[in-house]
Design a binder for this molecule. Structure first.
Ligand code: FAD
Length: 339
């Protein structure tokens, strides 16, 4: 039963991006507007912290799949969780997960870890009853052992990446409003900058804009531009889906990858995310001047490199960086969620 459901989920997911499958897909899910606000861009009813630590929600694992190739650095899994429609969320929000068991040091329950939701509000199966996470297994490389030390591996990410269909997950949230999409003006350009699992919220955005049949998707006339930084091509995340979206909407969706171990920046060094963004700095500054929103998500170590790069570009253009940034923050065009 579960396998059949997981397979159907995969089919729905693939069908969502396949042009030839669109009619069948549309028939299947009739009107895809049952989770919309009125009007759809009104964010006044976005749910926040409905389930708290003391009374968490129990979700059920639908599927857990490794989604990176053999040469990726580390393991990243796509995890679909069934919430039976009782745990709604918006694109860009996070769920908290309470790993089972207690802390070794004091016997207290493990603390909640946050994970950006990687699906749209309709879930990968479009039922509005599931949500997906994109989780990287945290391991600890011991320099003395010259090997991974299992005693120091990440508690929650390992719990999630080891889950099997039917397993229960204690969850809190949904959390955060920083990464919501601005939908009021459908011409708004989005610049989405991610490293690794920082891709999660943008997968939700991209599905909402380019795979679904929502009012937001029909209205969208801007350009959504994704920058993703990972180590190598085996570590790319959701590339097949993004390529399909690009094929369907070449004028509205754009992708640039920074593969640090496979590409060189213009100085002959490793191609990090800030180097890739810098290649398009003029265009990005112009877009931001014209009201684009820029998002950053991933490891917090990405931000200093990004900020230094932007500072350098601003200096070359004779722009006061601090004032420029203050302006973007004031007009809510600057969104950061790093961890
Ligand atoms: P922990 O058990 O908390 O351990 C943390 C690190 O310490 C691990 O690397 C572990 O190996 C190491 N460690 C453990 N013991 C020792 C020791 N004795 N000495 C030295 N090191 C040790 N993560 C994702 O994968 N995907 C997401 O989409 C995502 N979204 C997030 C969104 C937000 C808003 C935030 C705040 C965080 C997000 N995270 C995400 C990160 C996530 O919340 C966790 O921090 C991450 O999964 C690690 O948690 P863990 O329980 O596995 O590791």
């Amino acid at each position: 039963m579960k396998t059949a459901f997981a397979f159907a989920t995969l089919l729905a997911s693939a069908a969502a991006f396949a042009p030839q499958a669109k009619p069948a897909f549309n028939t299947q899910i009739a009107a895809q507007d049952f989770l919309e606000a009125e009007p759809y861009y009104d964010q006044s009813t976005v749910p926040v912290n409905v389930y708290k630590n003391k009374a968490p929600f129990t979700g059920k694992i639908v599927s857990t799949k490794r989604i990176v190739g053999p040469k990726a650095t580390g393991e990243t899994c796509h995890i679909i969780i069934d919430h039976e429609g009782d745990f709604p969320y918006w694109e860009g929000q996070s769920w908290g997960v309470m790993p089972p068991g207690v802390r070794e040091k004091d016997g207290k329950p493990h603390s909640v870890r946050l994970y950006s939701i990687a699906s749209s509000r309709y879930g990968d199966d479009m039922t509005g009853k599931t949500g997906s996470l994109c989780v990287r297994r945290a391991t600890y490389w011991c320099p003395e052992l010259k090997a991974d030390d299992p005693a120091k591996k990440g508690i929650c990410s390992n719990f999630l990446c080891d889950t099997k269909p039917g397993d229960e997950v204690q969850m809190t949230g949904p959390a955060g409003k920083v990464m919501l999409m601005p939908e009021e003006d459908p011409k708004t350009d989005l610049i989405m900058v991610a490293t690794g699992t920082g891709i999660a919220p943008y997968r939700g955005f991209i599905r909402r804009l380019f795979a679904e049949d929502t009012p937001a998707a029909s209205a969208y006339k801007g350009e959504a531009w994704l920058f993703l930084g990972v180590a190598n091509s085996d570590a790319l995340l959701y590339d097949d889906e993004f390529q399909e979206a690009k094929k369907k909407f070449p004028d509205n969706f754009r992708i640039d990858y920074a593969l640090s171990r496979e590409q060189e920046n213009k100085k002959g060094g490793k191609m990090y995310i800030q180097d890739k963004v810098e290649e398009y700095a003029d265009e990005i500054f112009t877009k931001l001047d014209n009201g684009a929103h820029i998002y950053f998500c991933g490891l917090k170590g990405m931000m200093p490199g990004i900020q230094d790069m932007l500072k350098g570009v601003a200096a070359d253009k004779g722009i006061d960086y601090d004032e420029w940034l203050k302006g973007l923050k004031k007009s809510k065009q600057w969104h950061v969620e790093v961890y």
